[in-house]
Design a protein around this ligand. Sequence first.
Ligand SMILES: Nc1ncnc2c1ncn2[C@@H]1O[C@H](COP(=O)(O)OP(=O)(O)OP(=O)(O)O)[C@@H](O)[C@H]1O
Length: 270
Amino acid sequence: MNYSSPLISSDIANTALRTEQLSVYYGNTLAVRDVYLDIPKNKIVSFIGPSGCGKSTVLRCFNRMNDLIPGAKVAGRITFHGQDIHAKTIDPVELRRRIGMVFQKPNPFPKSIYENIAFGARINGYQGNMDELVENSLRGAALWNEVKDKLRASGLSLSGGQQQRLCIARAIAIEPEIILMDEPCSALDPISTLRIEELMQELKEQYTIAIVTHNMQQASRTSDYTAFFNAEPTSKGGKVGHLVEYNRTELIFQSPQEEKTKDYVSGRFG
Ligand SMILES: Nc1ncnc2c1ncn2[C@@H]1O[C@H](COP(=O)(O)OP(=O)(O)OP(=O)(O)O)[C@@H](O)[C@H]1O
């Protein structure tokens, strides 16, 4: 097996996202190169690696968030259930509805808890019973019991951990298939972090999750597969990220194939 370009499976039906020779540039600078990666359906995949190796860059490619960064350019191919996400027929707004995102810092709208859920759903044309959608989304994000008596209070009045679960509720309200999480717990205390991790286990029954995390214990606790990225120096004095090894999480942490992975997961660098 070639660990620099591992494809986990040839089982397309169970592959939610696939990258083939994915490279991303910011202006003329190559940030990350030649990533081959499959994200299987209804699994949690963690991206780990030292700062600047391109984890967030790759994550943002999946729902074309990099389109919104001036100068960012994506080369290679990304498919979502076999369909090229850069095809002319793909509407990036619809793609982002199907592939939602939760960010590092909880970012609820400065609106009521209720409206945080209802607003996006309304914009996306939701025609059903809004009270039900709000309740179900808050239940899905394990927040309902804490907020059911104060749905008109501001989302910003919640604790950091509750705000992050509100953002997850907002994401699931528009019924995505995939949830991308970019260090969703880095601003949270350990108890709120554990709640989000428990929630992820519940969510994966319905959704596919890809998460960037600096917390290796979190990757090993929560994910089915782990992708280890690293950055190597270039001749011009910069650095370029690449995928070193991708495999089942227990193999990455207990018997990695690559020396670099071994060094990283044992805390020797990063
Ligand atoms: N908007 C941007 N404009 C220019 N360069 C960027 C931009 N975003 C990221 N980069 C560069 O791309 C490279 C990869 O960054 P990225 O944030 O993807 O890495 P990361 O592994 O997620 O890092 P961290 O763990 O610190 O969040 C870095 O060299 C970074 O400086």
